[in-house]
Design a protein around this ligand. Sequence first.
Ligand code: APR
Length: 251
Amino acid sequence: MIPAIIEALLESRHLLVYTGAGVSAESGIPTFRDALTGLWARFDPARLATPEAFTADPELVWGWYEWRRQRVLRAVPNPAHRAIAELESRLSRVTLVTQNVDDLHERAGSQGVIHLHGSLQTPRCFDCGERYGSLARELDEPEEGRRLAPPRCASCGGPVRPGVVWFGESMPEAALQQAFEAAAECDLLFSVGTSGLVYPAAQVPQIASRNGATVVHINPQPVAASKPREYSLPGAAGVVLPQLLQAAFPD
Ligand code: APR
């Protein structure tokens, strides 16, 4: 474990934890771009993750997101989610920003999670925007590729859509603002399990680096760490984060 990282963690006044699909990989939730197992390696995002796709074939898109939501319901937080929640209780200030649409951070005990790409738990009417978070119902068997008619909005009769940000849609302004502000004032940022390919979310670690924060990438794929005070900790989040916690706060 790199002493400078432990030191930065112990001295941190404001840690920003920024997560992507990799933090949920050890809970059995597929990432997006991992070859073969990633969702985008097996499905076409243009057919499943755009407003046009939903308009063209609501049953295909709703069925796919229900399959994903059910997988999340059946998953449990892994040691990475739990280590992040533990850091929140040990440090004076931790901001958690995620690109993920699952609720595994919340189920591990994290509070005030900033979701940049929305959430599977907040479906809403495609036409009038009415929220249907209470829709959470167990599917008997969430088959991949199963078509399902989306529920209809009680207010306007429009189709209910997943509460996630699709390609071509803008991100929730307030969440983005909060994330950028935290990135501009944190002194330490852990970037956990993200390929860093999707903007504007991918700007978060760059803003932190520009403001002089120590930036640590946690990913089995080594990440190019070329800026001052930037580190790459190769490894699975569920292994590396508990190790960091143990090194900084030995039992
Ligand atoms: N621990 C840490 N990182 C891991 C693990 C693990 N156990 N397993 C895989 N990873 C890494 C992969 O090496 C990869 O770099 O997680 C990253 C996942 O990258 P993506 O699949 O691109 O997911 P993400 O970066 O979250 O995608 C960002 O793109 O498709 C959109 O909206 C979608 O929020 C998503 C966004």
